[in-house]
Design a protein around this ligand. Sequence first.
Ligand SMILES: [Zn+2]
Length: 309
Amino acid sequence: MASLPHSRRLSAVASHLVAAAAPAAAAAAAAAAGKDELPSTGGAAIMRANVQQRAGPKTEADVRVELAAAYRFIDHIGWGDGINNHITASIPGQPDEYLINSYGMGFDEVTASSLVKIDVTGNVLNPGTMGGAVNLAGFNIHGAIHRADPSAICVVHTHEVHTAAVASMKCGFLPGLSQHSLLCGEVAHHPYAPTTGRGGEEECNQMATNLLEAFPARIMLLENHGVVTVGETIADAMFRLWYVTKAAEIQVTTLQSVGLEGAIQVTSEDTLRRMSKGGQFFLSGNVADAEFAHNMRVVDRFNPGYNDL
Ligand SMILES: [Zn+2]
């Protein structure tokens, strides 16, 4: 496709969308029959089809490369926190085993081979090329979520300032403030408690339980702390992080500008429900895959070298 003239590429994309929109009739029929409809029947039908067409399990090597790229992308856009925070992804076919960054490396330095493979009880199975140090808070938070919910293939945790700020607002996350927040759908909250030291492990187990019980929420704001997103793929979890972080930035900017009283919010229950439903497809499908492929191309341009297998 890269060799096609621009106009031809647009035509090819349009043809794809027309073809994929065929199930829209089925969605419209479902809506007419009183079933749960989505906000845009054409777009929703495309998302639904894409979810069904996604690729199956990948190899550990594939996951290592994608995960290293995810670390470097978060660093590239300025959402990292030095050597802290973590992104983890479980091994295909081995939901009790997952990969985590070697503690002490910056997000900009993570490589596929340096990732440490541990199990959900904390045993180091493969120390990677940098010695296998694992941050205890990282293990407590991510291990608890991977243990509690094997469908959470990828767990992303950041301290990005806007999400941390919104997590600490008494008004909480405002779901009707922006299109980004509408698409996030349900966002869980979890009260602050230390994640290490006395009671840290129990606290993280409770955090994982709260997230699981908040399903279909796949995003959780940690009060006075940051955010966690999970996904059935690295792409899903990263795309949710993108949306919740953008929504948080919009919320902080709006409240700084006009305050809570001056903010216009979508309050229609029907619109909130429909957009949340649509977001579930939008944030877990081929759009997420396409966005993550773009993330990897960005890393390839600005910070290559992560794929060292
Ligand atoms: Zn943290």
